[in-house]
Design a protein around this ligand. Sequence first.
Ligand code: SF4
Ligand code: FES
Length: 214
Amino acid sequence: MGKQPSGKKPIIIFTKYEPYLVADFEKFVDHQNRDLKVEPVMALCRCGSSKHKPHCDGSHVRSGFVGDKSPDRMKDRAVEYRGTEITIVDNRGVCSHDKSCIRSLPSVFDDKKRRWIDPRGAGADEIIETIKKCPSGALSYKINGIRYQDLDRDPVIRVKKDGPLEVEGHIELKDDMGSKPESGEHYTLCRCGVSKNKPFCDGSHHTIEFRDPE
Ligand code: SF4
Ligand code: FES
């Protein structure tokens, strides 16, 4: 498991009425992996209205933000696509729709097709490399019946431009709804305030054209 230089274990903790409170973490970067300033405890916006994104400015209080899940969200359900060498496992409920899988390996991942994953469309190594880049944990794979869904990276939170927080490296998530990421190693957290599957991003930031300040 990845570690921080200090040896401290980072945590993201919040209730459904509050921003993400992030404590004891050391690597905070922008979408180009440039370092951002880190404080011992930081409050990061998740209602989408802060004027100081990615930090909270108290806007959630004024807007009465409540981070509930929506009853009509996409089901949180892992579906298997069996191939000869590898089985791809997909949970549409937590996909952040960054389309990196589709761009990397369109012979396997093609969202224009009804059955959007074809595990026979490329070799297992190429598929694994693509799945490792899935930021949300929606994609994982099985070989010989064993599921692989975690990586071994150092803790980092990346602010995706106009999109979610990409969390890597087994950063503990604790909220008052008992939310569990699909992969404990990496997951994406909604920053626009509109996801139906809060706290996780469900790609709704594209629909509302969520934008960070230039
Ligand atoms: S989050 Fe994962 S499954 Fe969703 S589009 Fe990106 S790479 Fe594909
Ligand atoms: S940031 Fe993706 S749904 Fe809110």
